[in-house]
Write a protein that binds this ligand. Sequence first.
Ligand code: AMP
Length: 431
Amino acid sequence: MSFDTLGLHAALSRAVADAGYTEPTEVQSRAIPPALAGRDLMVSSSTGSGKTASFVLPALTKVLAARGDGTQRRDRSAPQGPRILVLTPTRELAMQVAKAAVDYGRHVPGLRVATIVGGVPYGAQLKALRGPLDVLIATPGRLIDHMESGRAMLANIEMLILDEADRMLDMGFIEPIHHIAAATPKTRQTMMFSATFAGHVGRLAEELLREPQRIDVSSHTEAHADIEQRLHWADDLEHKNALLDHILTERSMEQAVVFTSTQRDADWLADRLADMGHHVASLHGGHPQGRRTRVLQGLRSKQLKILVATDVASRGIDVPSISHVINYGLPMKAEDYVHRIGRTGRAGRAGLAVTLAERRDAQMVHRIQHFTTQRIPAATIAGLEPKRVEPKPFARTERPAGKSFGPRPNGRPFKPAGKTFSKNGPSRAPR
Ligand code: AMP
């Protein structure tokens, strides 16, 4: 399928061509036509699938339609408020969406895009809200602040988009989302993107959407076909560090995001890697926005080779040269594993996702495999094999209740044996 068949405005087709995209991704080809036809949508689509364009392009179509044939002048005296509102869980994701809106909107005359996110000064945001605005991208908390002070005007919203709705609800934004939606016209078009529509996300969808079309392109199993996953069992912290050090010096390593479970671990590990001579920085929710922007810039310009991050900080990182995602500390939730590994394998490139697990992480590893319905192949590095043949196979009672995990190859129990490989150079002496 080509972009021409989607019925996009010429200004948008040109921008898509400028970006070098010749074919729409699956979510784009399935979501864009009904979105252009004015339908409400519930979309499940994994990160890296091109979902941003699938809502940004229809949103910009509305902006272009409002521009008419170019003869109408905007009444600049009246504060107009945006036509499009995108809500995202994090600042990084908001910035990412804003970048996409500006990129795809490069041929839209006089396009005005603003972001309203927490952790940055109010001044520039107030200025942006005072001027004419087409697209507003916001995190719910800060937008509520501006609404309460009467600065954010949502009466002209024609399209409301909730990106990563499940994540926003996990972060406790249910009330702000209701409040924000209630301030927009009932006639608006609404699109909701979420990994799942189970539970409270489904209920929110019922409340906000009208006869929505459901589009699901992200069976967890199919997701991340370009990402090779690998599991290394570590005996202890020292062993885990040795494995990490080896992987970070593999020749195929272009850039890596190393995940830790806590902010403290992120800072500690970044210091340790910096001491070893790596170009590395940490990124977590405790950092001010200025630093976060600089760090992401450093990653994009390749001045940084390694980013040590926590889950919250990782949302919205879209750097195609990230070749490795390394789980140094396991995530708290299985679905975060999917979001983490989605930082690599971007834009059709291959990626490697390595999980370094200690024995105490066995339960979480199991939950991740249950969630993705995929076994993460265990691997060892020559000279750095685990000494213990652990963890023990899971007993039935240790499995989460309900669904079974599915067949294991050869029906053998889950154990840390796997292929041995020594990718580059001489293998190490045993520790
Ligand atoms: P997203 O899932 O929106 O975060 O997009 C993932 C990546 O795919 C981004 O780097 C986009 O620039 C890229 N992308 C979006 N649409 C296409 C397309 N039709 N063809 C190739 N790459 C795309």
